[in-house]
Design a protein. Structure first.
Length: 577
């Protein structure tokens, strides 16, 4: 791509080809080397590419902006627009405040393009007070009657709960203006008043595509998929935003089959998915473990991005999907071909390798990450501590735990402490694990005590298990698994009386245990058979029943505990409580 960089006339086409921060930086370097930074049009193109065109390049946009001696109106508006659409909309408001201060000294004045972006940032922040100040600036600038500005004001005030102000602005507008209606509906939906939003939607005489999308998205985000689907089916037209709202809503609710069915319908109707669609579907594949569909999505993306590589966000989603589906080979292939990587990319591959038993590979990738001067975050250290725990690398785990605090100034949270307790417990260093818990700077939660209790079970430490269980029941006494775990520890040691006492304590405390289940994806029609524990059923009767159903069954439940050696009867599908 760089060889195509010739004269200034060819710059716009070049910016349209920029799909990553790396490419933007390469072009920026060429602009410097060829002396184009003195040309305002080149700076505008560079700023637009960094702030708007390429996701995740806003920091570079600020870097470019700070090097411009006298930014013009387009440059301010571009950066404010980019900042308003990030996870830090406050930066857009700060930039606007800087612009407003300079305008009072003869600098660039905000216009009808500036205000809608600033108001969007106020909406995202829920900053009604700041929005009111911007509204005053709008009035002073004489732009309150501008359609785009007024609609932005309506949406901001409605979102921030100022329905009186929003209603007054709305009433001043022509009631036949679909954009104004959409702004009111969107404002009510944003602040969570779905009832008011629906009333406005039903009253709206001129529903446009945005109005339908706003209501469908509002229902989908709340997990109310039935009314969302009803509106979706009624909508006179659907764009990719509408399809994405439904697909992502189904994914969030765990209805992965509905999401996939809708995607297939989308394709049959000739609608082209975008990045948001693919991210939602990859998330569905990761959650459901559907590797086959995930591979097909990957193939589709490879065709679309042939020769240019995936964006960081898509690459990360693919790695996450493959890791969750257990295909670390494919995850590593995606990792290797990604031209740009962020800390999330490294975290996904380190964590995936750790969880799938490739502890040494995980640690080696972490070392490579440090070698390439990518700064790890708290999630990175959770992943690498898991690797040390699963790989039995106790000394390395201690080393990285100190490195996190001393070199990277990251205070350990309960997840880091939990990983350390798990690592020491797996290694049989139970007393050290107890001592470690005593030195923690945060209150140990039930997960940490349960982790230690599980280690006590593995190593047969009944006395320490009792101590851990006392702390566990103080932290949380309504989890049946805690009672069952200690009961099983007693049973494993042949302490049957104590085991039954723990079961009786659970019953006396009113704590119930749901029947567990193992889900197996089968080609036959899904079936469910509940096999609840019965005091009168003998183990021979249970085994007879299991042999009769285990072949055709897709979902079965298991008894809450057993001293039977299930491996001897080859029933490895069971997980013990």
């Amino acid at each position: 791509m760089l060889r195509k960089f010739g004269t200034q006339r060819r710059q716009p086409a070049l910016w349209r080809r920029c799909r990553s921060l790396r490419q933007i930086k390469q072009v920026h370097t060429l602009l410097v080397l060829r002396g184009f930074l003195s040309d305002p049009s080149a700076l505008r193109e560079l700023l637009f590419a960094s702030a708007v065109a390429v996701r995740g390049a806003i920091a570079h946009a600020y870097h470019v902006f700070d090097q411009i001696p006298h930014p013009d109106l387009f440059m301010y508006n571009t950066l404010i627009r980019g900042a308003a659409h990030t996870s830090a909309p406050r930066d857009a408001v700060s930039l606007y405040a800087r612009m407003a201060r300079l305008s009072s000294c003869g600098g660039v004045r905000p216009d009808k393009i500036t205000f809608p972006f600033v108001l969007r940032a106020c909406t995202a922040m829920g900053a009604g007070g700041t929005g009111a100040q911007v509204h005053a600036h709008v009035v002073k600038a004489g732009l309150e009657s501008d359609a785009f500005v007024k609609n932005a004001l309506i949406g901001m005030h409605a979102s921030c709960g100022e329905l009186g102000v929003a209603g007054a602005l709305f009433d001043l507008r022509a009631r036949e203006d679909a954009v104004a209606w959409s702004a009111m509906i969107s404002g009510c939906a944003r602040r969570g008043d779905i009832g008011a939003a629906r009333e406005l939607f039903d009253e709206c005489p001129v529903k446009d595509l945005v109005s339908w999308n706003v209501m469908i998205t509002a229902y989908a985000k709340r997990g109310e998929m039935a009314p969302a689907r009803e509106l979706f089916d009624q909508a006179p037209e659907r764009d990719v935003v509408c399809w994405n709202a439904m697909i992502s809503g189904y994914v969030r609710c765990g209805s992965h089959k509905h999401a996939m069915d809708l995607f297939e319908q989308m394709q049959r109707m000739g609608k082209k998915p975008d990045v948001i669609t693919m991210l939602s579907l990859l998330s569905a594949c990761a959650d459901s473990g559907d590797l086959d569909v995930g591979r097909r999505l990957h193939s589709s993306l490879s065709e679309k991005f042939s020769g240019s590589g995936f964006t960081v966000v898509l690459g990360n989603a693919l790695i996450h999907m493959y890791a969750k589906c257990g295909s670390m080979k494919s995850a590593l292939e995606v990792f290797r071909v990604m031209r740009d990587k962020d800390v999330s990319t490294w975290n996904s591959i380190i964590g995936g390798l750790a969880l799938h038993g490739h502890a040494l590979d995980s640690i080696n990738v972490f070392k490579k990450m440090l070698k390439e001067r990518v700064r790890p975050d708290e999630i990175t250290f959770v992943a690498v501590l898991i690797a040390c725990s699963h790989g039995g690398k106790v000394d390395k785990g201690r080393e990285y735990f100190k490195l996190m605090q001393q070199q990277y100034r990251i205070e350990p949270n309960v997840k880091h402490y939990g990983c350390m307790v798990d690592m020491l417990g797996r290694a049989g260093l139970l007393k050290e694990a107890f001592e470690f818990i005593d030195t923690m700077k945060v209150e140990p939660n039930s997960v940490i005590w349960r982790t230690l209790l599980g280690a006590c079970r593995v190593h047969g430490e009944i006395e320490l298990a009792e101590h851990a269980n006392r702390h566990l029941l103080k932290a949380r006494s309504d989890d049946s698994g805690d009672y069952v775990l200690l009961s099983n520890i007693y049973a494993s040691a042949g302490e049957w009386l104590e085991s039954e006492k723990m079961r009786k304590l659970m019953d006396d405390s009113g704590v119930n245990k749901e029947a567990g289940r193992t889900v197996v994806d089968g080609s036959a029609k899904d079936q469910m058979q509940s096999f609840r524990e019965s005091k009168c059923a003998s183990w021979s009767e249970r085994l007879y029943w299991l042999r009769s159903v285990v072949t055709p069954l897709s979902v079965i439940t298991y008894p809450r505990y057993s001293t039977f050696d299930w491996a001897k009867v080859h029933l490895e599908i069971f997980a013990y409580s």
